[in-house]
Ligand binder design. Sequence first.
Ligand SMILES: [Cu+2]
Length: 179
Amino acid sequence: MGHSRAGGRRSTIMGFAASALLLSACGGAAPATAPPAPAVVGAAPTAAPTVMAAASTEPTPELVSSTAIATVAPGGAVTLEMAGGQFAPRAAVATAGEVVFYLNNTSQQGIHSLAIGRAQLEFRGGRVTNIPLAVSDKVRYHQAATFTVEGLPAGNYVIWCTVENHAAEGMTGTLTVKP
Ligand SMILES: [Cu+2]
């Protein structure tokens, strides 16, 4: 059961989600006579309870990323305010490589996320159908998180919020990644 460590330290939150999924899958599928699963020790999830893991049914994003709760934007971070059903700025700029976003959800009650994709956004039933290259965990109102994306190539991207129909209602934008 090495899966809980596979993502390494940087993807603790997503690793926790994967572990929970696998553990629940093991529990549901194991016959009654199966030996008990080894206890999970030393790998207690450290995910802050206030950052909610992304839905496990989402396709696996192409780029490695991690989300961690934060209260201050790290130096060099690309800050995105999430409020009023919009990103601010709506046209973000970053430099290729490891990009750290500071997702500051200053809304009164909304929960938001940041997804990054290459193609123009397409919708079906009010939901974006694009598969993101990377997607953050959801960030609650009055909270902030860093969202670190590894190896983001230079280029032009679209960004959107994956929560409910936020993108269809305008929570979208662009991301220009310079070489
Ligand atoms: Cu949103």
